[in-house]
Design a protein around this ligand. Structure first.
Ligand SMILES: Nc1ncnc2c1ncn2[C@@H]1O[C@H](COP(=O)(O)OP(=O)(O)O)[C@@H](O)[C@H]1O
Ligand SMILES: [Mg+2]
Length: 258
Protein backbone atom coordinates (compact mmCIF):
# COMPACT_ATOMS: atom_id res chain seq x y z
CA UNK A 1 0.00 0.00 0.00
CA UNK A 2 1.25 3.47 -0.84
CA UNK A 3 1.81 5.91 1.97
CA UNK A 4 -0.60 8.53 0.69
CA UNK A 5 -4.37 8.59 0.30
CA UNK A 6 -5.76 8.22 -3.20
CA UNK A 7 -8.62 10.56 -2.44
CA UNK A 8 -8.85 13.33 0.15
CA UNK A 9 -12.35 14.61 0.78
CA UNK A 10 -12.81 17.84 2.72
CA UNK A 11 -16.17 18.94 4.13
CA UNK A 12 -18.17 18.16 1.04
CA UNK A 13 -21.74 19.51 0.91
CA UNK A 14 -24.40 19.49 -1.77
CA UNK A 15 -27.82 21.14 -1.54
CA UNK A 16 -30.82 20.87 -3.82
CA UNK A 17 -32.36 24.27 -3.24
CA UNK A 18 -33.14 24.19 0.47
CA UNK A 19 -32.89 20.40 0.72
CA UNK A 20 -29.71 18.73 1.95
CA UNK A 21 -28.17 16.22 -0.43
CA UNK A 22 -25.10 15.57 1.71
CA UNK A 23 -23.34 17.70 4.30
CA UNK A 24 -19.85 18.14 5.76
CA UNK A 25 -18.47 14.83 4.53
CA UNK A 26 -14.73 14.38 5.08
CA UNK A 27 -12.60 11.25 4.74
CA UNK A 28 -9.50 9.83 3.10
CA UNK A 29 -9.56 6.79 0.84
CA UNK A 30 -6.40 4.70 0.62
CA UNK A 31 -5.13 2.77 -2.37
CA UNK A 32 -6.65 -0.70 -2.44
CA UNK A 33 -9.28 0.18 0.14
CA UNK A 34 -12.94 -0.70 -0.28
CA UNK A 35 -15.27 1.79 1.38
CA UNK A 36 -19.01 1.16 1.64
CA UNK A 37 -21.48 4.01 1.99
CA UNK A 38 -24.66 2.71 3.58
CA UNK A 39 -27.92 4.22 4.74
CA UNK A 40 -31.60 4.11 3.99
CA UNK A 41 -33.15 5.53 0.84
CA UNK A 42 -32.82 9.31 0.68
CA UNK A 43 -29.90 9.47 3.13
CA UNK A 44 -27.59 11.04 0.53
CA UNK A 45 -25.53 8.08 -0.69
CA UNK A 46 -25.93 8.70 -4.39
CA UNK A 47 -25.48 12.44 -3.99
CA UNK A 48 -22.20 11.87 -2.18
CA UNK A 49 -20.98 9.31 -4.72
CA UNK A 50 -21.82 11.62 -7.60
CA UNK A 51 -20.02 14.53 -5.95
CA UNK A 52 -16.95 12.38 -5.35
CA UNK A 53 -16.89 11.13 -8.92
CA UNK A 54 -17.48 14.66 -10.31
CA UNK A 55 -20.79 13.68 -11.87
CA UNK A 56 -22.26 16.38 -9.63
CA UNK A 57 -20.59 19.61 -8.52
CA UNK A 58 -20.46 20.03 -4.75
CA UNK A 59 -21.55 23.41 -3.33
CA UNK A 60 -18.99 23.41 -0.52
CA UNK A 61 -15.75 21.55 0.10
CA UNK A 62 -13.37 19.80 -2.23
CA UNK A 63 -12.05 16.46 -3.38
CA UNK A 64 -8.36 15.96 -4.11
CA UNK A 65 -7.10 13.04 -6.17
CA UNK A 66 -3.62 11.59 -6.08
CA UNK A 67 -2.67 11.50 -9.75
CA UNK A 68 -0.34 8.86 -11.19
CA UNK A 69 2.39 11.51 -11.36
CA UNK A 70 2.24 11.80 -7.56
CA UNK A 71 0.55 15.22 -7.47
CA UNK A 72 -2.72 15.96 -5.71
CA UNK A 73 -5.25 17.71 -7.89
CA UNK A 74 -8.48 19.44 -6.90
CA UNK A 75 -11.08 17.74 -9.08
CA UNK A 76 -13.37 20.77 -9.15
CA UNK A 77 -10.76 22.97 -10.81
CA UNK A 78 -9.35 20.33 -13.16
CA UNK A 79 -9.87 21.17 -16.83
CA UNK A 80 -12.87 19.35 -18.29
CA UNK A 81 -10.85 17.37 -20.86
CA UNK A 82 -8.46 16.10 -18.23
CA UNK A 83 -11.28 15.18 -15.89
CA UNK A 84 -13.04 13.24 -18.63
CA UNK A 85 -9.83 11.43 -19.47
CA UNK A 86 -9.42 10.46 -15.82
CA UNK A 87 -12.96 9.10 -15.74
CA UNK A 88 -12.38 7.02 -18.86
CA UNK A 89 -9.06 5.57 -17.77
CA UNK A 90 -7.98 5.80 -14.14
CA UNK A 91 -11.50 5.57 -12.75
CA UNK A 92 -14.48 3.34 -13.28
CA UNK A 93 -18.15 3.90 -12.54
CA UNK A 94 -20.45 0.92 -12.23
CA UNK A 95 -24.08 2.00 -12.41
CA UNK A 96 -26.92 0.11 -10.79
CA UNK A 97 -28.62 -0.06 -14.15
CA UNK A 98 -26.11 -1.53 -16.64
CA UNK A 99 -27.83 0.28 -19.51
CA UNK A 100 -26.52 3.54 -18.02
CA UNK A 101 -22.94 2.32 -18.29
CA UNK A 102 -23.02 0.39 -21.57
CA UNK A 103 -23.62 1.08 -25.22
CA UNK A 104 -26.58 -1.21 -25.64
CA UNK A 105 -26.48 -1.39 -29.43
CA UNK A 106 -22.81 -2.19 -29.99
CA UNK A 107 -21.31 -5.63 -29.37
CA UNK A 108 -20.05 -6.82 -25.99
CA UNK A 109 -16.52 -6.89 -27.38
CA UNK A 110 -16.80 -3.32 -28.62
CA UNK A 111 -18.15 -2.19 -25.24
CA UNK A 112 -14.91 -3.33 -23.67
CA UNK A 113 -12.79 -2.23 -26.65
CA UNK A 114 -14.10 1.34 -26.50
CA UNK A 115 -12.45 1.89 -23.14
CA UNK A 116 -9.16 0.50 -24.44
CA UNK A 117 -9.28 2.90 -27.35
CA UNK A 118 -9.70 5.73 -24.84
CA UNK A 119 -6.24 4.89 -23.50
CA UNK A 120 -4.78 4.99 -26.99
CA UNK A 121 -4.93 1.36 -28.08
CA UNK A 122 -5.50 1.22 -31.85
CA UNK A 123 -4.46 -2.29 -32.84
CA UNK A 124 -7.64 -4.20 -33.75
CA UNK A 125 -6.23 -7.65 -32.99
CA UNK A 126 -4.93 -6.64 -29.57
CA UNK A 127 -8.16 -4.86 -28.68
CA UNK A 128 -10.15 -7.96 -29.58
CA UNK A 129 -7.82 -10.24 -27.67
CA UNK A 130 -7.85 -8.10 -24.52
CA UNK A 131 -11.63 -7.70 -24.73
CA UNK A 132 -11.93 -11.48 -25.05
CA UNK A 133 -9.70 -11.99 -22.00
CA UNK A 134 -11.88 -9.64 -19.99
CA UNK A 135 -15.12 -11.25 -21.07
CA UNK A 136 -13.62 -14.51 -19.79
CA UNK A 137 -12.72 -12.95 -16.47
CA UNK A 138 -16.32 -11.90 -15.95
CA UNK A 139 -17.57 -15.31 -17.08
CA UNK A 140 -19.04 -14.27 -20.42
CA UNK A 141 -18.38 -16.86 -23.12
CA UNK A 142 -16.33 -15.82 -26.14
CA UNK A 143 -19.22 -16.93 -28.34
CA UNK A 144 -21.16 -13.93 -26.96
CA UNK A 145 -18.49 -11.40 -27.91
CA UNK A 146 -20.28 -10.15 -31.00
CA UNK A 147 -23.72 -10.03 -29.37
CA UNK A 148 -25.20 -6.78 -28.16
CA UNK A 149 -25.82 -6.37 -24.43
CA UNK A 150 -29.53 -5.88 -25.05
CA UNK A 151 -29.56 -9.62 -25.76
CA UNK A 152 -28.00 -10.35 -22.34
CA UNK A 153 -29.60 -11.10 -18.98
CA UNK A 154 -29.36 -8.51 -16.20
CA UNK A 155 -26.53 -10.32 -14.44
CA UNK A 156 -24.56 -10.70 -17.65
CA UNK A 157 -25.01 -7.03 -18.50
CA UNK A 158 -23.69 -6.11 -15.09
CA UNK A 159 -20.66 -8.37 -15.58
CA UNK A 160 -20.04 -6.76 -18.95
CA UNK A 161 -20.23 -3.32 -17.39
CA UNK A 162 -17.62 -4.43 -14.87
CA UNK A 163 -15.31 -5.75 -17.62
CA UNK A 164 -15.67 -2.48 -19.51
CA UNK A 165 -14.70 -0.52 -16.42
CA UNK A 166 -11.76 -2.68 -15.38
CA UNK A 167 -10.08 -3.20 -18.74
CA UNK A 168 -8.07 0.03 -18.44
CA UNK A 169 -6.68 -1.00 -15.01
CA UNK A 170 -8.30 1.87 -13.12
CA UNK A 171 -7.10 2.66 -9.61
CA UNK A 172 -10.48 3.79 -8.31
CA UNK A 173 -13.93 2.44 -9.06
CA UNK A 174 -17.23 3.92 -7.94
CA UNK A 175 -20.21 1.58 -7.67
CA UNK A 176 -23.81 2.58 -7.01
CA UNK A 177 -25.85 -0.41 -5.83
CA UNK A 178 -24.00 -2.76 -8.21
CA UNK A 179 -26.14 -5.75 -7.30
CA UNK A 180 -29.45 -3.93 -6.87
CA UNK A 181 -32.25 -5.03 -9.12
CA UNK A 182 -30.86 -8.56 -9.62
CA UNK A 183 -32.21 -11.89 -8.40
CA UNK A 184 -30.74 -12.99 -5.09
CA UNK A 185 -28.83 -15.95 -6.59
CA UNK A 186 -27.42 -13.73 -9.34
CA UNK A 187 -26.46 -11.13 -6.73
CA UNK A 188 -24.44 -13.63 -4.72
CA UNK A 189 -22.48 -14.78 -7.74
CA UNK A 190 -21.83 -11.22 -8.89
CA UNK A 191 -20.65 -10.19 -5.43
CA UNK A 192 -18.20 -13.09 -5.39
CA UNK A 193 -16.90 -12.05 -8.77
CA UNK A 194 -16.53 -8.40 -7.76
CA UNK A 195 -14.77 -9.36 -4.55
CA UNK A 196 -12.28 -11.55 -6.42
CA UNK A 197 -11.49 -8.94 -9.04
CA UNK A 198 -11.12 -6.15 -6.50
CA UNK A 199 -8.66 -8.28 -4.51
CA UNK A 200 -6.70 -9.43 -7.56
CA UNK A 201 -6.37 -5.94 -8.98
CA UNK A 202 -5.84 -4.16 -5.65
CA UNK A 203 -8.58 -1.70 -6.59
CA UNK A 204 -9.80 1.10 -4.42
CA UNK A 205 -13.60 1.07 -4.47
CA UNK A 206 -16.33 3.29 -3.12
CA UNK A 207 -19.52 1.28 -3.15
CA UNK A 208 -22.94 2.64 -2.30
CA UNK A 209 -25.40 0.10 -1.01
CA UNK A 210 -28.50 -0.08 1.13
CA UNK A 211 -27.69 -3.75 1.72
CA UNK A 212 -25.49 -4.34 4.76
CA UNK A 213 -24.65 -7.84 3.52
CA UNK A 214 -23.02 -6.27 0.48
CA UNK A 215 -21.02 -3.94 2.73
CA UNK A 216 -20.00 -6.88 4.92
CA UNK A 217 -18.80 -8.94 1.99
CA UNK A 218 -17.00 -6.28 0.00
CA UNK A 219 -15.78 -3.49 2.21
CA UNK A 220 -12.96 -2.87 4.66
CA UNK A 221 -14.48 0.29 6.03
CA UNK A 222 -17.93 1.80 6.01
CA UNK A 223 -19.71 5.09 6.48
CA UNK A 224 -23.30 5.22 7.67
CA UNK A 225 -25.36 8.12 6.34
CA UNK A 226 -28.54 9.66 7.67
CA UNK A 227 -30.18 12.83 6.39
CA UNK A 228 -27.09 13.70 4.35
CA UNK A 229 -24.65 13.37 7.26
CA UNK A 230 -22.14 10.64 7.98
CA UNK A 231 -23.25 9.61 11.45
CA UNK A 232 -20.84 6.73 12.00
CA UNK A 233 -17.78 5.33 10.29
CA UNK A 234 -15.20 2.70 11.00
CA UNK A 235 -13.92 -0.71 10.03
CA UNK A 236 -16.78 -2.72 8.58
CA UNK A 237 -16.60 -5.55 11.11
CA UNK A 238 -16.51 -3.08 13.99
CA UNK A 239 -19.48 -1.06 12.74
CA UNK A 240 -21.60 -4.13 12.01
CA UNK A 241 -20.66 -6.13 15.11
CA UNK A 242 -20.54 -3.25 17.57
CA UNK A 243 -22.48 -0.28 16.19
CA UNK A 244 -22.16 2.80 18.38
CA UNK A 245 -24.92 5.05 17.12
CA UNK A 246 -28.52 4.11 17.93
CA UNK A 247 -29.43 4.62 14.28
CA UNK A 248 -26.73 2.19 13.14
CA UNK A 249 -27.91 -0.27 15.78
CA UNK A 250 -31.39 -0.08 14.27
CA UNK A 251 -30.03 -0.57 10.78
CA UNK A 252 -27.97 -3.55 11.83
CA UNK A 253 -30.80 -5.19 13.72
CA UNK A 254 -32.91 -4.76 10.58
CA UNK A 255 -35.66 -3.01 12.46
CA UNK A 256 -35.50 -0.27 9.86
CA UNK A 257 -36.60 -1.23 6.40
CA UNK A 258 -33.85 0.05 4.13
N1 LIG B 1 -32.03 15.96 -8.30
C1 LIG B 1 -32.52 16.18 -7.09
N2 LIG B 1 -33.30 17.27 -6.85
C2 LIG B 1 -33.78 17.52 -5.61
N3 LIG B 1 -33.56 16.74 -4.55
C3 LIG B 1 -32.80 15.64 -4.72
C4 LIG B 1 -32.24 15.30 -6.00
N4 LIG B 1 -31.53 14.16 -5.86
C5 LIG B 1 -31.63 13.80 -4.57
N5 LIG B 1 -32.39 14.69 -3.88
C6 LIG B 1 -32.69 14.64 -2.43
O1 LIG B 1 -31.45 14.56 -1.73
C7 LIG B 1 -31.54 13.65 -0.65
C8 LIG B 1 -30.52 12.54 -0.84
O2 LIG B 1 -30.88 11.77 -1.99
P1 LIG B 1 -29.97 10.62 -2.60
O3 LIG B 1 -28.57 11.11 -2.65
O4 LIG B 1 -30.58 10.16 -3.86
O5 LIG B 1 -30.08 9.49 -1.47
P2 LIG B 1 -29.86 7.91 -1.56
O6 LIG B 1 -28.98 7.61 -2.71
O7 LIG B 1 -29.26 7.58 -0.23
O8 LIG B 1 -31.21 7.29 -1.70
C9 LIG B 1 -32.99 13.17 -0.63
O9 LIG B 1 -33.71 13.99 0.26
C10 LIG B 1 -33.45 13.38 -2.04
O10 LIG B 1 -34.85 13.59 -2.09
MG1 LIG C 1 -29.27 6.25 -4.32
Amino acid sequence: MSQQPLLKVHELSKFYGGRIGCRDVSFDLWPGEVLAIVGESGSGKTTLLNCLSTRLTADVGCVEYHMRDGQYRNLATMPEAERRFLMRTDWGFVHQNPADGLSMTVSAGANVGERLMAVGERHYGRIRETAGDWLGRVEIGLDRMDDQPRAFSGGMRQRLQIARNLVTSPRLVFMDEPTGGLDVSVQARLLDLIRGLVQDLGLAVIVVTHDLAVARLLSHRMMVMKDGLVIEQGLTDRVLDDPREPYTQLLVSSILQV
